[in-house]
Write a protein that binds this ligand. Structure first.
Ligand code: SAM
Length: 286
């Protein structure tokens, strides 16, 4: 339960508001000093999973009381959050990783708090969405974020087809146990478009896999370990902005390395496509 105003921290509290605080997406040191300061000074932290957040808060030496607020309890707990704001408290909303409300709980609560006339203050920071887009080389405008596609086959197909009809960069989140399925659907429906699998961003096994649709599923089938971890999937726009060749680079690289050492294969493909040799070499050796 959210504590009452009488339980407010005695010193150094923040103005009453709901602070929406971005958390790291893997690398704990990405937690900003402003985020730590706010988390330390609010009266209560509303956390998606108190055990997950407990570890990082311990790392940040924050001992503020946590209350769980997840997708199931979000609308039910909104009333109590409003009561706390009415009594002058400050609250921080955090999710397990990244920015609340971005395919995470938060939107309903924020909507309710705004509707009731209280302040909502962003404490920006990491998100898998912006991290992946920032290193994609794909245009950010226009770009369309779809989050997770439906898990139901027909709806998934329809959503993907609708997404592919938009002009611009497309961004999806996907769970590891569905990544091969999405790769296969992209091979079928987005043939020839550039695709990036941004895997385990900011973590030890971070990888940016740049392939062309038609060879997405092949990349995963080569090594069972590749489906491990978290993924953002980006699809480049059709035509416009494609400075590099749209040939199936990954497939050509793999064929050449049957006969040639990786450095030589990377050099040849670089000459043909204009893609930097180092990028290709990294793709081969990752
Ligand atoms: N709110 C979070 C954010 O702003 O990044 C996203 C939460 S959503 C429930 C989790 C999904 O985000 C994962 O399934 C994956 O698609 C993506 N994701 C989160 N962390 C990631 C990471 N380190 N690398 C790649 N994708 C990640």
């Amino acid at each position: 339960m959210v504590p009452t105003v009488s339980q407010n921290k005695q010193t150094n509290t923040l103005p009453s508001a709901l602070y929406v605080v971005a958390m790291p997406i893997g690398q704990w040191s990405d937690l900003s000093s402003r985020a730590i300061d706010v988390l330390d000074r609010v009266d209560v932290i509303l956390a998606e999973d108190t055990r997950v957040s407990g570890q990082i808060l311990k790392f940040a030496k924050v001992s503020t009381r946590m209350v769980s607020l997840n997708a199931h309890s979000e609308s039910g707990k909104a009333g109590r959050v409003i009561e706390s704001l009415e009594s002058g408290q400050s609250l921080a909303l955090i999710s397990d990783a990244g920015t609340p409300g971005i395919s995470d709980p938060g939107r309903l609560l924020v909507d309710k708090v705004v509707e009731e006339g209280f302040q909502v203050i962003p404490i920006p920071g990491p998100s898998a969405l912006t991290a992946a887009l920032s290193v994609s080389g794909f245009p950010a405008t226009p770009s369309h974020f779809f989050g997770f596609l439906s898990t139901k086959t027909n709806a998934r197909d329809q959503e993907l087809e609708r997404a592919l009809s938009y002009d611009g960069t497309l961004i999806f989140f996907e769970a590891p146990h569905r990544i091969v399925d999405l790769a296969g659907r992209l091979d079928e429906k987005a043939l020839g478009r550039k695709v990036i699998f941004a895997r385990e961003l900011t973590k030890t096994h971070e990888q940016l896999i740049r392939v062309v649709a038609g060879s997405c599923a092949d990349w995963f089938s080569e090594n069972a370990d590749r489906i491990r971890g978290e993924f953002v999937v980006l699809v480049g726009p059709t035509g416009v902005g494609h400075k590099q060749s749209s040939v199936d680079v990954d497939r050509i690289l793999r064929i050449l390395t049957r006969e040639l050492p990786p450095t030589k294969a990377a050099a040849l493909v670089s000459e043909i496509t204009g893609i930097p040799r180092r990028t290709l070499y990294r793709q081969l050796t990752d």
